[in-house]
Design a protein around this ligand. Structure first.
Ligand SMILES: C[S@@+](CC[C@H](N)C(=O)[O-])C[C@H]1O[C@@H](n2cnc3c(N)ncnc32)[C@H](O)[C@@H]1O
Length: 309
């Protein structure tokens, strides 16, 4: 079976949920905009299915969005660079990781970031208060092998080259430049993971600012989808989005958490997906014609509206 290429290991990546999320995208997208792109899992999966004419990949983490740009625009050079660094790690692999990390924090060279993400604990980014990357290496593995990495890099480049633009701005600046024929997919950092700031990412967002930004999108009739809060068993995480935004909320089954399984609990994580009103209006008007997939289950899911809560 053909697998979707993913060069970047990134905690919080939507690669596993991408097929479920893409069900709710309309057919007629001029530009699929990801203001919180992370590893760009949704853009990659959408490009594989040719769902949009163009893609705009943005993340406030500059080395991350620059890395995606290099992967897409200079795949061969990127793959060779990775191979070189990967091969250099064997004499003393932990020491090598710390040296690369120091060099990355000093130079912010995005190419070094690919190796750090492949080699660090669970592909999970961590930053200190000065914004320096401080995640430790995974002692049990060396990171993706160069030949696998090369195939992933070349695969992503084939999907996105010539139709993608990249930036590293705050999400609000991106939203402001969207048009009615675009579709914005937003996956902001979860709220409240480390107090006010989400230490898993370089930056967090303020819930009220985010709600105000969505209100503006509503008034401009821009189509959007947001991954936001969720729950594990009965335990909710993150604030939900308010009813006055008039969004339709769907719960996606994100599977069993490894932590819960380890503790012998049988808890499934559900992530919320919010669809903007005009997406739903389109859906009802054009029914299945405007959507890639349709099923009775999906229609039932679409009836689970925030306003009913
Ligand atoms: C949950 S992750 C996105 C994961 C992504 N969907 C994927 O599949 O890899 C959230 C991302 O938002 C970025 N971010 C945080 N604050 C931001 C802001 N104010 N503007 C734009 N991006 C931001 C973080 O750097 C992080 O990569």
């Amino acid at each position: 079976m053909k697998t979707t290429p993913h060069p970047i290991q990134y905690q919080g990546s939507k690669r596993n949920l991408a097929p479920d999320i893409l069900r709710y995208l309309p057919k007629d997208i001029d530009c699929l905009i990801e203001p919180f792109s992370g590893s760009a899992a949704i853009s990659i999966a959408a490009a594989e299915r040719q769902m949009a004419k163009n893609y705009w990949i943005n993340d406030i983490n500059k080395p991350l969005s620059e890395l995606l740009q290099i992967i897409v625009e200079s795949p061969i050079e990127m793959a060779s660079f990775y191979e070189q660094i990967w091969n250099a790690q064997h004499s003393n692999s932990l020491e090598h990781y710390y040296q690369v990390r120091e060099s990355f924090n000093h130079t912010k060279d995005p190419r070094l970031f690919l190796y750090l993400l492949a080699r660090c604990v669970k592909g999970s980014v961590r930053y200190n208060l000065e914004g320096l990357f401080n995640q430790s290496p995974d002692k049990r593995r060396y990171g993706t092998r160069p030949e696998t990495m090369r195939a992933n890099i070349v695969g992503v480049s084939k999907l996105l080259k010539g139709k993608s633009k990249f930036s590293s701005s705050d999400y609000k600046e991106i939203l402001f430049q969207s048009n009615k024929n675009d579709l914005i997919y937003m996956d902001p950092p979860y709220q409240g993971v480390c107090g006010d700031r989400d230490c898993r990412y370089l930056s967090g967002i303020d819930h009220n600012d985010f709600v105000a930004a969505l209100e503006k999108l509503n008034s401009r009739e821009i189509r959007y989808i947001v991954s936001y809060d969720g729950r594990r068993g009965n335990k909710e995480f993150g604030k939900s989005l308010p009813d006055f935004l008039d969004l339709t909320r769907i719960e996606l089954n994100a599977g069993r958490s490894s932590q819960a399984t380890l503790l012998g609990r049988d808890e499934i994580t559900y992530e919320s997906l919010y669809l903007s009103r005009n997406l739903i209006e389109n859906f009802s008007k054009k029914s299945t014609e405007n959507y890639r997939y349709s099923s009775v289950q999906q229609l039932a899911l679409l009836e689970y509206h925030t306003g009913y809560a």
